[in-house]
Every structure is written in structure tokens, then in C-alpha cells.
Design a protein around this ligand. Sequence first.
Ligand SMILES: Nc1nc2c(ncn2[C@@H]2O[C@H](COP(=O)(O)OP(=O)(O)OP(=O)(O)O)[C@@H](O)[C@H]2O)c(=O)[nH]1
Ligand SMILES: [Mg+2]
Length: 324
Amino acid sequence: MNTYVGSQLTQIRDVNISVAGLECSGKTSIINRLVRGEDVQTFSTYGVNQELLFAKGMVLGITDLGGREPIRKTLWKSFISKSDALIYVTDATKPSKLEESQRWFIQSLKWVKPNSPVLVLINKKDKEISQEEINRIIKKFSLKRENKLITCLITSSITGENINETIDWLASSIIQQLILDKISVELFVSYIKTNEGIVEARIRTPVSDIGNEALFPIIRYKFAEKGETNLEYMRYDKRQFVMAADEEISCWLVTEKNDGIKSMNLLMKLLVEFVKEIHGLKKEKKEGLTEADLSTFLITNLIDNQTFWSKTEQPMFEISFVQE
Ligand SMILES: Nc1nc2c(ncn2[C@@H]2O[C@H](COP(=O)(O)OP(=O)(O)OP(=O)(O)O)[C@@H](O)[C@H]2O)c(=O)[nH]1
Ligand SMILES: [Mg+2]
């Protein structure tokens, strides 16, 4: 069994996102909002800028593509075709540029990898724009891709409208897409200390033989020392294990063996996020977290909203107290 601590991996860029759109549509301004949380004066981008955005436990590499025509013609294809997601920004205040913007959007859709999520930002909402005009723009950009409508958000880098939603969209769709591309999870196990005792929750795919406890001497309720977080990645038999634990929560994901270190790293980050969310839930429930609260949370967050389980089978869910 190989074991190593996962924190060595955390500075890898998890995904690369290209931001494209005609000149002056507001790409650099939006990226400044996303990365720095404020509106900063910009100058037209001659070429390409790179930024890092830390969101939802992931490191997102953001490529800010200059929007002037010579740059569109020379650089866009190469960057867009390599990215894991595309954000396309269009200026809501320039009806005269709408056709041209849509044309380059359709061209960009041909370059982007088929599985990469695409988001359209209809920008400069703070300026006076009629609802009719907004509807007209949405119609032009909410095209169908792989049988699903492309998402459009109406943003302003000045007021910050829909900027957090942009980050949420990025984080969730990218995690889901990357995981779907590479791995499917067979088993999730978490141990959570509550006032009533340690709760053990298991979610697993019915096809898996993973229910056989004897196969898994590895998974146990192993908490970290006070103030510490432990991350582990292990390979054992036909499977890989990813674990995150602090002093109150320990959680595991098990997948089939796979060579994608990048996707393992993402799974680990998902677990770290999970640990944080459970702490949030604990704070919310001032009376003390119950088994029922945990069931609701796990079903909503790990079954309803996650697509990393086998596409054809609904996962099974078990929750009980650990006999210490
Ligand atoms: N009113 C308003 N102005 C905006 C908004 N976003 C950007 N701008 C302004 O639009 C102008 C162009 O913004 P940039 O972010 O530099 O545009 P860009 O898309 O990066 O342009 P290129 O780098 O040339 O491709 C600047 O004067 C911004 O202040 C917005 O949401 N509302
Ligand atoms: Mg720019």
C-alpha cells in the first residue's frame, strides 16, 4: 500500500478556464471582480493575461483573452481548445455588436472541448437596458449544447451582480464534469462526532462489491489531532482511497484505481469542502447536530447534487451510530 500526504499537491492548477468576448465587453473587469473582489480600472488587453482564482477549495487558472479582432484570429483557438471551461462575455449595451459577438461565440463553441462547461455573461447590467433587449440577447446565446441549454447570467462588474453566482457555477460544473470524465465514486463514508455519539454514514453504488466489510480494513473512524487536518491518498487492491479528517469529522471516498492524480486531488478538495460544510451545519444547529440533520444534508449534497455516482444506478444510503 502506498500512502502519501495530499497537501503536496494542492498548488497544482486544478482547471484552466478561458474568458473570451469582443473587446470592451468587460472580461478583464469581471476577472478583477472574481479574483480581487473589486472593480479596478482596466486597459484593453493586448494578448493574454493569466490569473489564479481560489474558489471552493480549487485553484482555477483563468486565461483572460484580449478581445480585439487580430487577437481573436490568432490566439483564441489555441487557448480555448485547451481549456476545461469557457466563459463568454458579451456587452449588453451594444446592440450594434450583438451579431458579431454571437458569431464569435458560435466559433468558440466549435473550439472548446465537448465536455467543457460553457457559461455566458451578459455584462454591464448596471447601465440602462430594457428587459426586451436582455431577452433578445439571451435568445441569441442560450443555444443548445449536448442537448442542454447553455447557461446565461446577467452581470455587472461595477455592482458585482451575479459575480458570486459565476464562481458557484464554475466550481460545481467543473468539479462535476472533471469527475464524470475520469472516475466514478463507489463509496463515500463519513464519521461525524455529534452530541449523541459518532454517526457513520455510507453512500455506495449498488453494483459495487464494496459492501463487504472484510475488503476494507482501511476505512475507520480516524480523527485528526486538535487543530490539524489530515489528508491521505492510498492505493489498495483494485481501489483508491482519499481521506480528509479533522478532530470531529473523518470522511473517505473510494474509487476504482485510476491514474489521474489530478482527479484524486479534486476529490480530496471535495472532501475538505465537505468537512467545512459540516462545520457550518454544526454552527447552524445550535441545539446540537442530530442524525436526522445529517441525513438531510447528505442526501441533498451528496446524492441529489452530485453526479459522480454511476449514471445508471441510484446510490444506497445508510446511517447509524458507531458502537465505540
Ligand atoms: N458600466 C459598466 N462598465 C463596465 C462593466 N464591465 C466593464 N466595464 C467597462 O468597460 C470597459 C472595458 O472593460 P474591460 O474589462 O477592459 O474589457 P475587456 O473585455 O477586457 O476588453 P479587451 O481587453 O479589449 O478585450 C472599461 O471601461 C470598464 O470599466 C460593467 O459591468 N458595467
Ligand atoms: Mg481585457
